[in-house]
Write a protein that binds this ligand. Structure first.
Ligand code: FES
Ligand SMILES: [Fe+2]
Length: 401
């Protein structure tokens, strides 16, 4: 349970809020490389409540600027990407990726007024199919962590994103809570629930690490009749990594799914995911399925619930068609969204399986205090030697893939 005040501190991320200041001290994904191409129209995005425009300039650089033109506020998302920047559709002012105003076509020839304009702009970097932006104080800019899923070249990679209509934090908590795997995501529920009830309870252990939390879950596997190990990780400020090992593909398949939950605003979230699969020892590589267009699961379509035919507790299928790497999408969205736009943590009754959530909230409290005291918050990387490849994992043999 959290007090109303504490809940708001953790959940609200507009500029100037405590959590908003904390999240702005890290690089945050704001777009996918494949959806922001040279020559494409600019894209309006909202990040932590800020209205922005994302585009790729004619030199190929990703750029993230304030949405509203510094002249008289027209949306630059209706502008044109050309001549080294983005041109406002109203009177043609031209801004580069640093927010400098390069041209003011209607102004007198001798005017230097454009040099006084500083349009808001955030630095971007691209890695592993994601475009990251840093929205914090420039003199505190950390290094962008070179996570293995973003930089390893001994396998195949896929980046993706989707919107969720609830606060970022309950989605991070939903990911970190592994016990739900055996319930929410359990297929053939009516046939296996008795077997599941007779099996040992989930065993969950975790430790705080330099990046966040390392978690080992021993979860009942009703198909095998034993507990199976799942390793999951919380990384600062609002990220999650899941490593999946499956024997279903003959040679064994390892897949790593790393997610960043980026607030769009206080009641909606963009989940960015980069997935990586190391090549097999025979040199062949897993092929990620192409993303297909699909309807957003939500209350209007009951998250694709088919109560009569699908044998999960909810009747929502494990994999909705066309969701590529977004397994569990409909089920996870349903449980996290139906908690409400911002879950009221005054009303919760945390149980044994939720100890990891308390550990995560304690990490946030410490990070907020560090920020207040002028210290770098957890998992701020400044030393390039520590940033060759950032592995997020524990120490056990199983994880060395
Ligand atoms: S409002 Fe953008 S140039 Fe005038
Ligand atoms: Fe889930």
């Amino acid at each position: 349970m959290l007090s109303k005040e504490h809940n708001e501190i953790f959940a609200k991320t507009d500029r100037g809020t405590p959590m908003g200041s904390l999240l702005r001290r890290y690089w945050q994904p704001v777009g996918l490389t494949e959806e922001i191409k040279s020559g494409d129209k600019p894209k309006q995005v909202r990040v932590m409540g800020e209205e922005l425009v994302l585009f790729r300039d004619d030199a190929g650089r990703p750029a993230l600027l304030g949405l509203h033109c510094s002249h008289r506020g027209t949306s630059l998302a209706y502008g044109r990407v050309e001549d080294g920047g983005i041109r406002c559709p109203f009177h043609g002012w031209l801004y580069d990726y640093r927010g400098r105003c390069l041209e003011q076509p209607p102004e007198p020839e001798e005017s230097t007024y454009k040099d006084k304009i500083r349009h808001s702009a955030y630095t971007c970097q691209e890695l592993g199919g994601l475009i990251f932006a840093y929205m914090g104080p420039t003199d505190r800019t950390p290094l962008l962590p070179r996570y293995e899923v973003l930089v390893r070249d001994d396998g195949s990679r896929k980046a993706d994103s989707y919107q969720i209509n609830s606060n970022y934090l309950q989605n991070v908590e939903g990911a970190l809570d592994t016990a739900h795997f055996s319930y929410l995501h359990m297929d053939n529920w009516s046939k296996v629930k008795h077997r599941l009830a007779a099996m040992p309870k989930p065993e969950i252990t975790f430790e705080e690490t330099v990046y966040g939390i390392w978690q080992k879950s021993n979860l009942p596997d009703v198909t095998l009749g034993v507990l199976t190990l799942v390793y999951t990780y919380f990384f600062m400020p609002a990220g999650f990594l899941r490593v999946q090992e499956s024997s279903r593909v003959g040679k064994g398949l390892v897949q790593k799914f790393q997610s960043w939950y980026v607030p769009i605003d206080d009641t909606s979230t963009m989940r960015f995911q980069a997935a990586f699969s190391p090549s097999w020892s025979d040199g062949t590589t897993f092929r990620w399925p192409e993303s297909e267009a699909y309807a957003q699961p939500g209350p209007e379509n009951e998250y694709f619930r088919n109560y009569e035919q699908v044998d999960t507790i909810s009747g929502i299928p494990v994999n909705a068609p066309g969701t590529a790497i977004k397994g569990y999408l409909c089920q996870d969205n349903m449980v996290n969204e139906t908690q409400g736009p911002i879950v009221d943590r005054q009303q919760e009754h945390l149980a044994t399986i939720d100890r990891v959530l308390i550990a995560m909230r304690n990490i946030y409290s410490q990070a907020l205090e560090d920020l207040q005291q002028g210290r770098d918050p957890k998992h701020t990387i400044r030393n390039p030697k520590e940033n060759v490849v950032v592995y997020i994992r524990g120490t056990e043999e199983l994880e060395r893939v």
